[in-house]
Ligand binder design. Structure first.
Ligand SMILES: Nc1ncnc2c1ncn2[C@@H]1O[C@H](COP(=O)(O)OP(=O)(O)O)[C@@H](O)[C@H]1O
Ligand SMILES: [Mg+2]
Length: 262
């Protein structure tokens, strides 16, 4: 098994079955890989199939019947197996926290499901709350928190069982600019300090450049990998976001995205 690759996607195709005559070809011959410990973003026009790809990488079932071709591997395993093996943590646009549980209890939930003993659960949750600066909020209910904080708690929940890989589908899209930037910095810290691999889906060019080491630009559907851009900028990115190279990446990706949307 090639441990240097967290994700490999090979010649991946997805067709949704409509009525007899209408098939919607969403993803066409998508191939890319994500190196272990890297931060990669996928960007593309809305409706191009980012969430579909995300669900299939996550091992989540697709809602309707669809035809799938090609191969996805997570650390050499099928997505469903990787998911069962707790290799991956998912963070979606909506935090989906349980309102009747406190912050601490929400983070604890996956550990309960996995059958961890109470004492062990407590230790993990305390440590996570502490390292994410969430301790003062541990007894809050989700509705008492801002959108950004709720998303932070759902990141905490995804981190509870210590997955190697985090998959994020437009997690900060609902946040205002200030909170989005705050969460961008938080996720970079988590990535570095906890040594995670992150695949991040966004339609925001600035966010993709600010976060990533590599940006994959998808075209409109049937969507293919239009370009891949390596972002050769050091972290922390708040120290380089004013530099001309940073703006050059934004401009370059904007051009690709325009071309790929036509
Ligand atoms: N379960 C489904 N059945 C049929 N069509 C679907 C289904 N899920 C998504 N689609 C279609 O596939 C395309 C891509 O959707 P999606 O992956 O959500 O795009 P994105 O996340 O890039 O905005 C859209 O045209 C959408 O209508
Ligand atoms: Mg989507």
């Amino acid at each position: 098994m090639d441990n240097s690759k967290a994700i490999t996607v090979e010649n991946f195709n997805v067709l949704f079955n409509g009525d007899r005559t209408k098939h919607l070809h969403v993803l066409e011959n998508i191939s890319f890989d994500v190196k272990n410990s890297s931060f990669v973003s996928i960007i593309g026009p809305s409706g191009c199939g980012k969430s579909t790809l995300f669900r299939l990488i996550s091992g989540l079932p697709t809602k309707d019947s669809c035809e799938i071709g090609g191969k996805i591997r997570i650390y050499g395993r099928k997505p469903e197996t990787a998911s069962k093996n707790r290799d991956l943590g998912l963070i979606l646009q909506k935090p989906t926290l349980l309102e009747w549980r406190t912050v601490a209890e929400n983070i604890e939930l996956p550990l309960e499901i996995m059958g961890y003993q109470k004492e062990k659960r407590g230790k993990i949750v305390t440590k996570l709350l502490n390292s994410m600066d969430l301790t003062p909020y541990s007894h809050y209910r989700p509705s008492e928190l801002s959108g950004g904080m709720q998303q932070k708690v759902s990141i905490g929940r995804a981190l509870a069982y210590n997955p190697k890989l985090l998959l994020m589908d437009e997690p900060f899209a609902a946040l205002d600019e200030v909170n989005r930037r705050r969460m961008n910095n938080e996720i970079i810290n988590i990535w570095k300090e906890m040594n995670k691999t992150i695949l991040f889906v966004t339609h925001n060019i600035q966010e993709a450049v600010y976060l990533s080491q590599k940006v994959i630009v998808l075209s409109k559907k049937p969507s293919t990998v239009y370009k891949t851009v390596e972002i050769d900028l050091k972290y922390p990115r708040n120290e380089v976001e004013g530099c001309s190279k940073y703006f050059k990446y934004i401009k370059e990706i904007r051009e690709y995205l325009n071309e790929a949307s036509n």
